[in-house]
Ligand binder design. Structure first.
Ligand code: FAD
Length: 504
């Protein structure tokens, strides 16, 4: 295994020639972009606030940097939703990689009327293929309900879903595989600091400095970002200079950094001339059900098997509601009392499943799409500041009527499936969250209704770009990383093209 041997120190900021590109953040959105730029020979500086995972767990000063406050009736948990560490949340994700459906990019009930997606599925298809290769996605033959694909997954699934398929076939449900990113060597999760960062750092074109928090983007009089102000934990303040800047700090910290960067010409923050920065936050809440089955013999495999169904994805949209993605897990007994304390803070389906299952049974849950609403937003806290004296982020998150109705209709859908299977003692678990932070700096053609243009350049700047799920127009019901990575590849192409054009 290659170690991260080429982390640099503060001296790297003294380079006499400015870097071509400075990327803030080393999660999927930052690292995949850096990898693209490195392979094109672009001099790239990466800045990361965190360091090793060990430091994230043991150093309370770093934990405190990721703190944010929450209000609203959605009762959103802040715990374990974001990390300050090399590789960002790739250290904790569960590897699920799903494409958005073609219908997600078309106008539907949740598409902001004045701000449709500026890309279509046809534009994304080749990018999804690249993203699946980057993440080494393993998957099986998709059903006709799943997002269409021209080629097979880079790796073939090893799962045997025949039991789940036979069982759910009794209820008229088609089961798809749940495509998953895989590491180079089996039996580990796909973690950026193991799979991608070593290769990125081996490039002579990439310099990564960790332990530096970006606190402000500094502009010259020309609407051009000239440097990013960074602070280290000991209070040292420096400036990092580059020709192009990319903020890739995640769906909560990216809008915060734009808001913190208010100056004389942009009193409400960079990119915020029309008050759009931070608005439209959405997530993937999930409902969770468990039951014993009369047909359970068909499902008694020794391995846990997880499948999804894309069959109901668009079913509620004609009613003005969101998309829905059910997930099925069949299993032998979990030693409930042993794992519950450890897993209780994990997101979504996994936590709910682990905390409930005590014998062979079937779990059906579903994540839903939330309505992107302007009032669900990230702002700067009025009361709390970080160690550098800057307001931390505040998230306001309420359920819309549409969210409640989508959740309720999804419950009915799942109950109907269990009914058709003749399930006994159906039990509902608590509502869960997926830790997906979406939509707070959306892309669009109109500067009045979006923060970044279709190339992901922040509207009122010449050289500032965003990378991450904060740029998504709608949240879909699928997890975001595959789309984050697809768009990071596209942004890499755009920056290389721009730098070449400027050089000629
Ligand atoms: C437990 C868990 C399971 C998940 N499972 C899945 C899944 O199966 N599939 C899926 O698609 N998604 C999943 N997700 C969500 C997924 O991990 C995120 O959507 C993804 O990591 C976002 O990538 P990112 O690069 O945009 O942001 P992040 O991964 O959050 O990375 C942002 C980086 O920026 C750094 N940073 C922040 N602020 C600053 C600053 N001011 N200066 C310098 N650096 C800064 C942070 O330290 C971090 O390293 C899961 C999330 C969690 C928590």
């Amino acid at each position: 295994m290659r170690a991260l041997t080429r982390l640099h120190t503060l001296d790297a900021l003294d380079a006499t020639v400015p870097y071509d590109v400075c990327i803030v953040g080393s999660g999927f959105a930052g690292t995949v972009l850096a990898s693209e730029l490195a392979s094109a020979g672009v001099r790239t500086l990466m800045l990361e606030s965190g360091g090793s995972l060990q430091r994230w767990f043991l150093d309370p000063r770093i934990k405190a940097l990721a703190a944010y406050t929450v209000s609203g009736d959605a009762d959103y948990p802040t715990l374990h939703t974001k990390a300050r560490a090399l590789g960002g949340n790739s250290n904790f994700w569960t590897g699920r990689c799903e494409r958005y459906h073609p219908s997600d990019f078309e106008r539907h009930a949740y598409t902001p009327g004045d701000n449709p997606w500026p890309v279509a599925y046809g534009d994304m298809e080749p990018l999804y293929e690249r993203a699946e290769r980057t993440l080494r996605v393993r998957g099986g033959e998709p059903s006709s309900h799943a997002a269409p694909r021209r080629h097979a997954f880079p790796r073939r699934t090893r799962k045997d879903l025949s039991g789940l398929r036979a069982l759910l076939g009794h209820a008229g449900v088609d089961v798809d595989d749940s495509p998953t990113a895989t590491p180079e060597h089996a039996l580990r999760f796909f973690r950026l600091h193991k799979e991608l960062l070593p290769g990125v750092l081996a490039s002579p074109y990439v310099t990564l400095v960790s332990g530096l928090t970006a606190t402000r983007l500094v502009r010259d009089g020309e609407d051009r970002v000239s440097s990013v102000e960074v602070r280290s934990l000991d209070g040292t303040t420096r400036q990092a200079r580059a020709r192009i800047f990319v903020v890739a700090c995640g769906g909560i910290e990216t809008p915060r950094l734009l808001l913190l960067s208010a100056d004389e010409r942009a009193a409400a923050g960079i990119g915020n001339a029309h008050g759009r920065v931070g608005r439209g936050f959405n997530e993937h809440p999930g409902v969770n059900f468990y039951a014993k089955l009369r047909h359970s013999r068909e499902t008694l495999h020794l391995r846990h098997n997880l499948g999804r169904s894309h069959q109901f994805y668009d079913e509620l949209r004609p009613e003005g509601l969101g998309s829905v993605l059910p997930v099925f897990i069949q299993s032998w007994a979990f030693p409930n009392h042993l794992i519950q304390p450890k897993l209780s803070d994990l997101p979504g389906t996994l936590a709910a499943f682990a905390s409930r299952i005590t014998r062979p049974s079937l779990y059906i849950g579903a994540t839903i799409e939330m309505l992107p609403r302007d009032t669900n937003r990230v702002t700067l806290s009025q009361d709390h500041r970080d160690r550098f004296g800057n307001p931390i982020a505040h998230l306001s998150l309420d359920f819309a009527d549409e969210d409640r109705r989508t959740l309720e209709r999804t419950r009915k859908l799942i109950q109907g499936v269990f009914e058709r299977l003749g399930a006994d003692d159906l039990e509902e678990g608590e509502l869960t969250w997926s830790r997906h932070h979406i939509g707070t700096c959306r892309m669009g053609a109109d500067p009045k209704t979006s923060v970044a243009d279709p190339t992901l350049r922040v509207h009122d700047t010449h050289n500032l770009y965003l990378s991450g799920s904060e740029t998504f127009v709608t949240g879909a019901a699928v997890p975001p990383v595959l789309t984050i990575v697809a768009l990071a590849h596209r942004l890499g192409d755009e920056l290389v093209r721009r730098l070449q054009e400027e050089a000629s």
